[in-house]
Write a protein of this length. Sequence first.
Length: 115
Amino acid sequence: VQLVESGGGLVQPGGSLRLSCAASGFTFRRYGMSWYRQAPGKEREYVARILRDAGSTNYADSMKGRFTISRDNAKNTVYLQMNSLKPEDTAVYYCRADVGGIDYWGQGTQVTVSS
C-alpha cells in the first residue's frame, strides 16, 4: 500500500488549497479514506472521512463548511478542498487508509497559512 499526498504550500489567510492523495497497492474503491493533520507541537487530529462509495462524508467540527473531501475511484485518488483557510490550519496533512484492519499513512504534505 502506498499513499502519496500533494498540493500543499504557502497560502494567505482566506485562501484555498486542494490536496490530493494518490493511492496504490490495494483496491481503492473498496475502502473509506480519511485526512488527518498535525500542527507543530500538537497531536495528530482528524479532519475528514469519505466512505468507499463517496455517498457519505464526515468532518471535524472546525472544518465543517470550509473543507470538502471527495474521491475519484477511477483515479485512485482522494482530495481535500480547503477554503477560507486560517493560520490555525497550518499543519502537515496526511491521508490514511484502513486496509484489512491495518492503518496506512502517507508521508504528508505541508500546508502553511500566513500573510
